[in-house]
Design a protein. Sequence first.
Length: 359
Amino acid sequence: MSFALPKTGLPTPLAKRRNHNSSGSIPRRTFTRGIALAASAALSLSLAACTTAAESETPLEGTGASGEWPRTVTHEAGETTIDAMPERIVSTTLSVTGTLLAIDAPVTATAFTPAQGGTADENGFFTQWADVAVQRNVEPLYPVGEFDLEAVIAQEPDLIVVSTSGNDSVLDQYETLSGIAPTVVVNYGDQSWQDLAEELGEATGHEQDAADVVEEFDAKVAETAETLRIEEGATASIVSYNPGRPSPVGKTIGPHAQLLQTLGFSIAEPDEQYDTSVQKREDFSFSSYEGLAESVTGSYTFLISADEKKVDAFTADPTLANVPAVVNNKVYPLGLASFRLDYYSSTEIVDWFGETFGK
């Protein structure tokens, strides 16, 4: 048995938003997050403290240590000094754009994907946040994999965001981009979107927006987890299924695994002896096709980047006939947008769990 992910028209996170050109900010929050919290749905993942609306409107000046400007941000490629709160942000990494939008950062343009196939709209924006991007007049920058320096320059950015890895990484262009505008490099593969939001909040001056959207989401997860009918000790495998080829299988500390753990599942760690990755990753083990059955041992299997058709293909694969979730008819699709977790896609997944496993 399998279930399709419902279409969800997600609004801009948070009912109250500040203007993009506002100079308001608050000091950086410290978020404490750990797998141990996942067992308790009553606990929020974020331990951020509350501040008043008046505090959030304090003008920015001075050093970044106190939430003021200019500030020096430490990131994956070193340190970057940002003179003033950015008003024109260019995202060269499509996978990070959703998190920038979720914290209300003023993104003017983003790299886009030329491959739509149900995961992107006509602009090449990921479907989970495409409507928000269009509403905010975000422009397509260049197709992922076809870096266009002139397109970046034309945007007149005051902040550029780059990723360390992935198909949308232009890390080799870091020095060139730094000559155009302050440039920060982030790693979206080894942390949750909540932690990424905190990091980007500091760089953009949207610390409070980051804290607010994380608090909102964590409360939603905790509330949903309390309603789920999941047997005690349930284990889960997370798979991006590629018939006949290596398939990514989620590790316990990956973003997908962290989300499922907060909902009450224990994650079945894939067998590392079948990992074909040239460079080991923290989020996924790229299991060989021959070793996939030995790597997918959870009582439930959740397929990312998947719909009902992918579930049918997975359960019909003769090499996977003895996978516990196949035997027990517990293979589910998490939707086509589930491959990259941000506020929007994560919210869709949490809503789906509430509808599918709710009491």
